[in-house]
Design a binder for this molecule. Sequence first.
Ligand SMILES: Nc1ncnc2c1ncn2[C@@H]1O[C@H](COP(=O)(O)OP(=O)(O)O)[C@@H](O)[C@H]1O
Ligand SMILES: [Mg+2]
Length: 740
Amino acid sequence: MTTAYVTQNRVERAARDIVAGAAETLDLASPWVEPYPIQRLLGEALPRVRAGELAVRLVYRVAEESDLRITDLSALEALAAEGVQMRYSRRLHAKLVIADRERALVGSSNLTRRGGYGYDGRPLWRNEEGGLLVDGDAAADAASHFDRIWEEADELGPDLLGVVMDFPSVRELRFVAVREVSVGQLVVASDAAETTVVGEIRELTAYNESFPQMTEEMFLSQGLGGAPPRRINVPDIPSLFSHPVKDHGFLVAKTFFRPESAFTIARVRVLRRVRGGRGGTATVPVPPGSDVRAPSAALLRRLLGDGDVRLGRLAGHAEVGVWLRSDEILSKHLAVLGMTGSGKSNAVKHVLRTLAARGGLRVFVVDTHGEYATAAATIDGGAVLLDVSIPDRIDMLDWEMVKERFAVERMTAAIKKELRAAAAQAHEPSAFAGLLAGSGNDVVQDIADAVAADPGGFCVGKEEPRVVHEGGDDEADLSAPGLYVLDLRQTETFVVRSRKCAVLAERVFREAKSGGLPPALLVVDEAHNYVPERTTGYMAEAARHGSLGALTTVAVEGRKFGVGLVIVSQRPSRIAKDVLAQMNSQLVFRLCNLEDIGYVRESFEAADETFVMELSHLDTGVCICAGTMIEMSVRCDVPLFAPRRSFDLGAAALPAAAVLEEAVAGALPAAALVEEGEELVVFSGPEAEVTLRAEGGGHALDVDCADEKLAERVRAAVEHALAPVQPLSKSASTGLPEDA
Ligand SMILES: Nc1ncnc2c1ncn2[C@@H]1O[C@H](COP(=O)(O)OP(=O)(O)O)[C@@H](O)[C@H]1O
Ligand SMILES: [Mg+2]
């Protein structure tokens, strides 16, 4: 139990003995910590800390600012870099040195020279201190107490980004950054009472208090970042620059400008509240003084929800994948918006590929420019190319057409009667003409001759347009799951494209309504042409030729019958408002046109001021994902769509390490054949997606998996398999090989 009593004269000796004897753990509590004493105490143990053999925890106090005049944070930082774990407590007063929970020094000495540490024989004024060396139960109790202190203490750590300032609201907060941050970065702010929110940095303001904008009084009271105040007359900006020689103002300002006293204030848009690791709507603000930290990948994954279609990586957090919920896209529709060339079609191809590979779903694409038709094989090997055959033959029972075609002055009842009678007996134009031959009516006789001469130009009874295989004439069967592309690149006029789109949409909807078919997704690129807001001018064609009506029906009623709609457009403001309003999820790429930006702002929830400001700055391939298909609005980096080759890992269950390694090894030597820019899917499923890309002469491995341990195992298996093939980067998602 108690083995010795120690005073300031013996305390360091006793503590060093404990440190030297620590086999596995060393726990230190000291309200104040000076650099020299702590370095001397831990110096000899540091190699073991570095090697991971000895776990050292140190807790110090920050109750008031003056604590930091004694405790030297830079010394602690140096120890943290060696692997010592460090926390600060607001209430610490105990002084403990505990080894392996078995031996402890409990006393009154801080880790300071006044407390008796770092004493090297020179005369120094020290406190009268008293402490006990204990072991057994007393040491174990001290260790438990330390655990409690540690639990309640906070960590600065490299993920600490800053502190919340002024008046945070439920929607927005500002913080002073203590580490480098960037716009678009996601952050977590939380106070001690477990109010935690996650938000996105929307703006950064650099502020330099040394710039002569302040009064002299302010200048002196601010202390200029710890430097002793200089007694200088600081002019304010108006008086500086009212000097007749403007350069004078410039030069004076320069002499006051001290770069080291600049700092950054970040404005954050609050996205979600976090409770129990899950997201919810923020209803209370975090208080000023709350910590702002970088969120962990695991938290971000949980907040993003359980989507099953991988679109890309979370912007600024490359280790986190952005997954969309296909059931929401199918039942509540999706709008993909952004100016020409911003990356819409590229993103849509990713979604289509995943959905097509999933099976059980029919995906129909209205492809104005043939960009999906040309990529069809890389999106889905079994893709079916479609066209719509629109009859242009004259219907012999359409009196208006007959009248016009044969220049009949008056379609008399007698003429109509003869045509009807023949039609009742013959549907084939030649036979129909044969029945009319020999009629006493001259007009009918002329008609009969003309039809007999060119039977292909006529038909008997109305012909419906038909969805056919491209280049064929047979009615296409649309019932099997898979990708269907209506290829309109050969269709010249706008009128006919709209008609064809309508025919496909009507058929898909009609068949879905009658039931028994797999769910369908209708994807309409260049949608402003097919569902225009204005129905005048050339846009009238879409209304007249049906695509507006047909697609509106799908938008409004499709969900009841399992038909989802994806509309893709560079001109959101030109799309029918009623249709856009039915789109409950959005991918918004770069948008510059003010009219379009305004329209997007009005038509979806996640759109706030700062978000709208961002739209015109998005890089190609970066989009904002919002709506019901994702738990939280985020920016996503969509990769360039590349041809993929998938390797069948057979029955290799992802969690079974040995099986996995073997399967990967079997599949991956073919990776040597992956060409620059090509992408290879090692594994793709709801639990993970593992891809490999040839890049810069090597391979970049991208493992996206919510289960960190599993991801690590996959990575290891792939690296193992690839070792004889090519040098592979160690970093999960961004790295190029070292010798690239
Ligand atoms: N994620 C991306 N990364 C890099 N380049 C891209 C990306 N998405 C698109 N691009 C480039 O931009 C071009 C236009 O992309 P596309 O998806 O067709 O735009 P949109 O459909 O919005 O007009 C593509 O040909 C491609 O070269
Ligand atoms: Mg496009």
